[in-house]
Design a protein around this ligand. Structure first.
Ligand code: NAP
Length: 480
């Protein structure tokens, strides 16, 4: 007997004192073991106890483990392993070699690998695969690693309930799913152990689907901010010697926000339109879209939500216009000069119509914008049928784009033709931002014309151009 085995045996003997022995009244399926009494082990043990399981901790120092949940037992690793069929390994991967001498006790047991890494590709193989190679006699299941100790401690009402598992043994996975269900979690079986690396990368993800939309939003904001800064603030300083730099804070921001919002909303609908034209050109839906278009389509929701965020900022900036010092000063000055000069001004019905229409279209557009945002929330979209969802996101979405574009055209009104609008021969920001939505709306208009719409609908139902010659039966019209 080696010195290590002797000390292990000594430790087991001490741990199995009557007061610490695992509750024999509970069947093995109601007892679980947790290796490691750290943050995750402690929180998981607490939740397992609350769910009615008998919990036995396996620890290096069973006598000095002070922060255990009330009602749990603590033993040496070997003795703890014998008390349950299912063992959660709440220990860092770096220390997994302590399991090698326990190979006999762990034979046939289900080991749940909870470990995560500090960065992607930190090790050549997934932690779960490494664990399986160390203890080949056990059934390793990767899972629960997307939960945090904090969320486990806070209970199911205040945390993500979804957990992912993977592993080779269906029985072992079923045992883990049963425990997850009893803890109030919903477990999704992702397949074999080869998926473990993907599950280990989940907690390391940093908004992967938001990256491209955020870059676009930041890029557009910066580009238009500098463009408008030159056209307004620097232009006024150079040509008239006026310092209007104070306008940066509200006026400029209130121009950048709607511009970025409208462009991003167009970018949200442009890939769908391009995909339709590509299908029309190819005459089939059975050929993959180019990767760039696929990626673009996958981040439409994030583009739309960012566009809504910018539209919301535009609304807030617009609402504070009447309380701005500059606006109040100008209004007072104008009123005083009208009185002093005893001038009368005519009420212009056309201007009133234009201003009210401009505001009304903006309000309607923003209302639909909010509706689109709400229906993109998973809890809401899950409650909608596919037809309802596509009606809101596609039909109402294009209507939103139309209203917001019309709102911007009304803002420009007759200034499109006035040469004074083009300072330093450059068009104002709102004119530039109209290009993309106008193109998207024109292309969409083409797509909904009856002959094009009919062809695209047939393609989406599986019809292929040229297939009629190959198989005459296919030439039967799909739409009677
Ligand atoms: P921790 O607080 O540092 O606890 C780790 C435990 O492992 C220690 O308390 C210790 O328990 C045991 N241990 C330490 N060195 C050991 C060794 N050389 N040999 C055997 N056992 C040893 O870590 P944790 O935060 O609980 O995380 C544990 C694992 O869960 C990690 O792989 C982590 O990636 C994963 N995880 C953690 C969280 C979280 O929110 N904390 C979330 C998901 C996944 P004893 O002293 O009782 O032996």
């Amino acid at each position: 007997m080696t010195g290590q085995e002797r000390s292990e045996e000594k430790s087991e003997c001490v741990s199995l004192s009557p007061m610490m022995e695992a509750d024999p009244a509970l069947p093995e399926s109601e007892r679980v073991c947790v290796f490691g009494t750290g943050d995750l082990g402690h929180s998981l043990g607490l939740r397992l106890l609350q769910a009615g399981y008998g919990v036995v901790f396996g620890s290096r120092r069973p006598h000095s483990s002070s922060r255990l949940p009330h009602g749990a037992q603590v033993l040496g690793h070997a003795a703890a392993a014998q008390s349950a069929h299912l063992i959660f390994i709440a220990v860092q991967r770096e220390h997994y070699d302590f399991l090698v001498p326990l190979a006999n006790q762990l034979k046939g047991k289900v080991l749940v690998d909870l470990s995560n890494n500090l960065r992607k590709n930190q090790y050549p193989e997934a932690n779960a695969e490494y664990l399986q190679s160390l203890v080949p006699g056990a059934e390793v299941v990767k899972g629960f690693n997307t939960l945090s100790a904090w969320s486990l401690q806070n209970g199911p009402s205040d945390a993500n309930r979804q957990v992912y598992i993977c592993g080779e043994s269906a029985e072992a996975k079923e045992a883990v799913i049963a425990v997850a269900t009893k803890l109030g979690l919903s477990a999704l079986d992702r397949g074999s152990i080869s998926v473990a690396r993907e599950l280990e990368d989940f907690p390391l993800q940093l908004f992967p689907q938001w990256r491209l939309p955020l870059r676009i939003a930041i890029g557009l904001s910066a580009a238009f901010f500098f463009y408008l800064l030159i056209r307004y603030v620097i232009y006024a300083y150079v040509t008239q010697g006026k310092d209007i730099s104070f306008r940066i804070m509200v006026s400029l921001a209130n121009q950048v926000c709607p511009i970025v919002s409208l462009i991003m909303l167009s970018l949200c609908y442009l890939p769908g339109v391009l995909a339709s034209f590509l299908q029309l050109y190819r005459g089939t839906k059975y050929r993959r879209f180019p990767d760039w278009l696929d990626r673009w389509m996958l981040c439409r929701k994030q583009l739309g939500l960012l566009a809504l965020g910018f539209a919301f900022l535009h609304v807030l900036y617009t609402l504070i216009i009447p309380i701005r010092y500059f606006v109040r000063f100008k209004a007072t000055e104008r009123t005083v000069s009208v009185i002093r000069e005893n001038r009368t001004t005519e009420f212009d019905t056309t201007t009133a119509w234009r201003s009210d229409s401009y505001l009304s279209l903006g309000i309607l557009g923003f209302g639909l914008y909010v509706l689109l945002g709400i229906t993109s929330l998973p809890s809401v979209s899950n409650a909608l049928s596919w037809r309802e969802f596509s009606f809101v996101q596609s039909k109402l979405g294009h209507l939103t784009l139309l209203l917001c574009t019309a709102h911007t055209y009304l803002y420009g009104w007759n200034r499109f033709l006035s040469s004074s609008t083009y300072k330093w021969y450059t068009p104002p920001g709102y004119m530039l931002c109209l290009v993309l939505p106008s193109v998207v709306l024109l292309l969409k208009l083409l797509l909904i014309t009856p002959c094009v719409d009919r062809t695209i609908t047939r393609i989406r139902q599986g019809w292929e151009r040229g297939a009629d010659q190959r198989n005459p039966k296919d030439s039967q019209p799909l739409i009677p």
